[in-house]
Design a protein around this ligand. Sequence first.
Ligand code: UD1
Ligand code: CA
Length: 461
Amino acid sequence: MSDVHVVILAAGKGTRMKSARPKVLHEVAGRPMIEHVLAAASRLSPASITVVVGHQGEAVRGALAAHGHLEFVVQEPQLGTAHALLTTEPLLRDQSGSLVLLSGDVPALSASTLQQLAKIHRHAGAATTVVTSHVAEPHGYGRIVRDGGKIARIVEEKDASPAERAITEINAGIYAFELAGLFDAVRSIGAANAQREYYLPDLVSIHRQAGRVVETVTVDDAADILGINSRAELASVSRGLRQRKNAELMAAGVTIEDPATTFIDQDVEVGADTIIKPGVSLERGTRIGSDCVIHSGSRLVGSTLGDKAVILNHCVVSDSIVGAGASIGPFAHLRGDAHVGPRAKVGNFVELKKTVLGQGSKASHLSYLGDAVIGADVNIGAGTITCNYDGVRKQVTTIADGAFIGSHTQLIAPVTVGEGAYVGTGTTIRENVPPGALAVSAGKQRNIEGWVEQRKKRNTE
Ligand code: UD1
Ligand code: CA
């Protein structure tokens, strides 16, 4: 068992977001920012993870309910970061080892930065190790004041002298602490400062004055440790995370024609030699095979694509599976557990919901296929509609292998079309069609000769 305990601070109000939603639940590159922090923290394999909540604590807790292994403590009122850490004392005071402290609003943090922090902290035998970075715009951050090269203290923007404000080395708000004696030291922090808050960074000068070792880890790329305090920072940190993901995929053999307009969530996988055109979004756990092409304007959410599948322009594919070599779109909508078989084709203005379209089958134009089980090598004519909902229940339409459904057909579920059967154009199918049969329901056509001429005469009389 690891002797690292993680604490994530997420009790603050996030005033500068001007939002009714807790700051840490705002999404960055497709998921709540605190989820990114949790993902990085888990890579340390910590003995425990404690989240300090306060402002809208119930909402934060609810959003993280799926993470079974988290501890929550409530900080009420919120009197500063040192006060926030003290709320974890009942849970952590009897633990040994180190405590890694993170902020819920620093989502770009990489697991490697955290691993480096833990390692340097251990090797130095430090009481506190602070993550720092040099930034061009230090405004708003605590500044690292050094003395003979060693960190002496951290001064907050609002308490800093003009000379201190000129310092460009900033406190990332990420620390490792030796647990032994930690809470006693934190308790000695006062609130005699511009914000009347208990500042956790004050621990640096307290430890230095007590003659204890305080180390720093300086990250080269400040993008890693940017905190989010406003909507503008939300957008820029999101952009940074997406760029990082796109770069990883390109390095692994994926062609991304225009990374600036390509939105790929962190947990998405894409196989080599797949080509992604501009303006594509790949979201929430989507898995794309190799050698696929995804054309502009398409959005895939929680979906899986087999190798060599093609998504043409402007499709929406959610919670669905597309088989190898299948072709979707343009302008198709697959949702709620649609399952398109290998080499099948879904054409323009076709919607599939909770429907299996078997291997090699085609629905090329203007159809709604809902709650249907369609076999292999079936042809679905233009304008075919499964009438799956009777106002009360959803019913299943079954179409067996090799069947041919003529254009403009309505299939009133529950109904089955047998293997190799043929449904004539414009048929309303209310009863099962046996295998190999032809089904027609339209009445016999009648032509009235000379009708147009007669009507003209009538209208001029
Ligand atoms: C803090 C640091 C600053 C550092 C910056 C890095 C302090 C006093 N300052 O400033 O040196 O450069 O982070 O991003 O620590 N929180 C609580 N309870 C509280 C107050 C805050 O849980 O009572 C949480 C917030 O929800 C947030 C984190 O602590 O997740 C940081 O608080 P925030 O107010 O954003 O601190 P900064 O002003 O950014
Ligand atoms: Ca902050």
